[in-house]
Design a protein around this ligand. Structure first.
Ligand SMILES: [Mn+2]
Length: 361
C-alpha cells in the first residue's frame, strides 16, 4: 500500500508540496490539470511540468485524478469518437512520465454534491455536509451560486461557471437516456480505451458516484455492489478497475464497504482507494467526520483490514477531511485542508502497520 495525498496543482491549491512531503509516510501526490477542459488531450509540456514539480519536492506522481470524461461520451453523442481519441492520447502521454493509475468518474453532469461546504461542528471545526431535503429543494444553479459564494477563492471541480451555463441542456439530454443506454455508452468508451491502457501499463479506476443517490433527476449508476459488478463486466480486463471510495459508497447504508473491498479486491480490481469517514444524521444525511472510526459511522479498521487481507498493493489517499485549527477561518478547498487529511493519513498508516505486524511479539 502506498500512501498518497491529493494536490490540485500550483495555483489551484493552498497546500504546498513541501508540507505534503513533511507528512510521515507520504510517497506521492494525486494531481490533475484542472484547467484542461474535458474532451481535450492533455498537453505533454504541462504533464512534464507537473511531473518535474512533484519530483523536485521528492514526491511521486503515479496517480492522476481526474482525467474527466466529456458528456458526449457519457451520452453517446456525435463527437464522442474524437474525445475518446483525445482520452487515449492523454493515457499514452501520462504513461510516458511514469503515471500508473488514472481515477475518473462517470457521474452525469455534476461530479459531486453537498448541501454545505463549511458546516460548523460543535468542536469549532467545519466540514462538508449532505442533506437530501436541502438538495431536493434547490436547483443546480442555486447550488452552484452558493458554492461560488461560500468558496470564493477556488472553483469547485464539476461546478465551474462555464459548465453551469449549459446545465439545462445537459439535464435535458439525460432525460432521454435509459440505464441500458448509459451502460452501452460506458462500454463503448471502455472497449476503446482499455486496450491502450493495457499497452501503456495504466490501471483505470472508476470512482463511484457521490452521493450514491439520484439528484436533480440525474441517473446515478455506480453506487452499489450490483452496479460495480455490471461496470467491471462491461470490459473484463484487469485494467478496467475501481477507485474504491469509502465515503461515496459508504454514504448508502445498503453498502457494506469492507465486504465490497473483499469481493472486488480479491479479484485484483481495486487499484486505488479513497479512505474517509462520515457520520450519518439519518437514513440519507451525513457530514464528513474525522477518519478515526469512533468519530464516524464507518469502521475504518475493518476497511483497512479488508484491504490488507486481499493483498491490496495499490495507492491509498485520505479522502476529505474537516477544516481544523487555523484552517477554519481560511477558505481552503472544502474537504481538502492539510491538517485533518494529514492526521487521517497517519491514522491509516498506523492501522496498516498494526494489521501488517499483527501477532508479532
Ligand atoms: Mn472519493
Amino acid at each position: 500500500m502506498k500512501m498518497t495525498f491529493r494536490w490540485f496543482g500550483a495555483g489551484h491549491d493552498p497546500v504546498k508540496l513541501r508540507d505534503i512531503k513533511q507528512i510521515p509516510g507520504m510517497t506521492g501526490v494525486v494531481t490533475s490539470l484542472l484547467d484542461v477542459p474535458a474532451g481535450e488531450a492533455w498537453p505533454m509540456t504541462r504533464i512534464m511540468a507537473a511531473k518535474a514539480e512533484t519530483a523536485k519536492a521528492g514526491l511521486e506522481m503515479e496517480v492522476i485524478e481526474s482525467v474527466n470524461i466529456h458528456e458526449d461520451i457519457k451520452l453517446g453523442a456525435p463527437g464522442r469518437d474524437e474525445k475518446i481519441e483525445n482520452y487515449i492520447t492523454t493515457i499514452k502521454r501520462l504513461a510516458q512520465v511514469g503515471v500508473k493509475c488514472i481515477c475518473y468518474n462517470m457521474m452525469p453532469v455534476l461530479d459531486w454534491a453537498r448541501s454545505h461546504l463549511y458546516y460548523d461542528l460543535p468542536d469549532g471545526s467545519n466540514t462538508m455536509r449532505y442533506q437530501a431535503e436541502f438538495i431536493a429543494s434547490t436547483t443546480p444553479e442555486e447550488l452552484a451560486a452558493r458554492y461560488a459564494k461560500e468558496s470564493d477563492t477556488y472553483e469547485m471541480p464539476g461546478w465551474e461557471p462555464e459548465r453551469m451555463k449549459n446545465i439545462r441542456t445537459c439535464l435535458e439530454a439525460y432525460a432521454g437516456l435509459t440505464e441500458d443506454d448509459f451502460y452501452a455508452n460506458m462500454k463503448y468508451f471502455l472497449d476503446a480505451i482499455i486496450p491502450h491502457a493495457e499497452k501503456s501499463g495504466i490501471l483505470m479506476g472508476v470512482h463511484p458516484d457521490d452521493p450514491p443517490q439520484p439528484i436533480f433527476g440525474l441517473p446515478k449508476l455506480i453506487i452499489s455492489r450490483e452496479n460495480l459488478r455490471r461496470y467491471l463486466n462491461l470490459n473484463p480486463s484487469k485494467n478496467n478497475g475501481l477507485t474504491l471510495c469509502t465515503g461515496s459508497l459508504g454514504a448508502s447504508k445498503a453498502n457494506d464497504v469492507p465486504a465490497l473491498i473483499r469481493e472486488f479486491g480479491a479479484e485484483g480490481r481495486i487499484h486505488f482507494a479513497h479512505v474517509r469517514n462520515l457520520r450519518f444524521e439519518n437514513e440519507t444525511d451525513f457530514y464528513e467526520s474525522a477518519h478515526f472510526s469512533p468519530c464516524g459511522s464507518l469502521d475504518i479498521y475493518a476497511i483497512m483490514k479488508a484491504l490488507h487481507d486481499v493483498g491490496f498493493n495499490g495507492w491509498v489517499r485520505p479522502d476529505h477531511g474537516r477544516m481544523i485549527w487555523d484552517e477554519t477561518t481560511k477558505k481552503g478547498r472544502p474537504g481538502y485542508g492539510l491538517y485533518d487529511r494529514a492526521l487521517g493519513a497517519n491514522y491509516l498508516l498506523g492501522l496498516w502497520e498494526a494489521i501488517s505486524r499483527g501477532g508479532e511479539a
